[in-house]
Design a protein around this ligand. Sequence first.
Ligand code: FAD
Length: 437
Amino acid sequence: MARPQKMVIVGAGPVGSLAALYAAQRGYQVEVYELRPDLRDPRIVPLNFTKSINLALSERGINAIRHAGLPDLLQDILGACVPMRGRMIHGKKPSGALYQVPQDFDVHGRCNLAMDRGALNARLLDALEDLPNVELFFNHKLTGADFRARKAWIEDRDRLSPSGRPREIEIAFDLMLGADGAHSAVRYHLMKFSRMDYQQEYIDTLWCEFRIDAGKAQTGSGAETWKISPNHLHIWPGKDFMFIAIPSEDGSFTCTLFLPASHFATLEADPSQVPNFFDVNFPGVRDHISDASLIEAFNTNPHLPLISLKCKPYHFGSSGVILGDAAHAMVPFYGQGMNTGMEDVRLLFAILDKHRTQLAETNNPLSDDSDDYDAMEASTAADAAADQAHAQALAEYSATRWVDAHTINDLAFQNYVEMRTSQSTTYKLRKALEEFM
Ligand code: FAD
């Protein structure tokens, strides 16, 4: 009887959690290591965020969840999303009157979905917890990996050594998936084994979170309602910057200010200017967020960098591969970072399935029950076959996936460049409308 192959997944963000679901359904013995405490605890926020933000979930990501083969999970996730049928561009006429212009995403009315990143992650983790062949280890940080010996070293932050430092444990794996984000430790260690080309760039824009609270419904029922259309991705385009708002189920919006670092520095020197800055550049926002909240969010929430990175190949031999932001973190102006990471999972497992099936058809050691084949030999042959399938699949994945990943990375980056040179469609539309009105 063949032993199950052990797949270790590093990072329990949206990409790592989805990958663990795919692996579990294929019979792997799955161990997931996540450096933070249980991400479902509402007090735990994603790395580099102050609270969970809303993301645009597009068909690319939905299709990857669909292929996880858990229809209830998909329905549950879709049920927690707010459909966004298009953008809503905000501006101000020369007369001083505010305007908003909708731009549908699709002539057939198809929508992108807005979803709370933490809620999506929690649903994926809940689904994992129900599976008998999955173990989740929170507060466990990968610190080292040897992809030849197939061993990794993990800091167990729940257990301290006598010196007071987190205890280090050694684990073994057949295949490690690195889904540990833009500053991936798996990628760092993989680079020592694989001749990986790597480039990264920080853009000159920082981002900061704001929030439009839910409004009270007019009926006096006490129910909450949205202050602006719930079915749009709201954009206040600027010349070198923009402010966006994405709807939440509870009637609020999570908002993001994208601004060059020098502008942040100017406002940091005198945060009392923040409301005025919004008034000039993002007309109407002050109707929805009080001046005190604008200043508090600007002062309290971090001003975070945006990184764009590309690398290839993504794997080493049959023992390691990186996915999601670990492989291709991109600037967020296309709203495709997480969606592309989820698509990585679907494609990688489709390629693994193909090679496992092909090998099983040509040389079926997994089910060989002939008399001259003892159990030990069968198990060794099964391990070798699994290893061969992994090696072939990872090589094919690396050889093919980078083309699309680099392209979407470039598209996201170009959109940012376009915005900076004031050539963006939304900015030009705003200017044209203002001249026309
Ligand atoms: P992460 O979400 O970064 O998860 C990695 C996990 O690995 C984390 O939980 C981390 O704690 C863990 N980890 C890290 N190091 C270790 C270690 N050494 N050991 C163990 N665990 C470790 N994408 C979209 O698709 N749509 C959007 O609308 C969108 N909007 C965005 C807006 C902003 C402002 C930003 C910044 C990003 C946006 N993105 C969007 C991108 C999206 O957030 C990322 O692409 C996505 O979170 C990547 O998922 P991931 O699982 O690969 O990595």
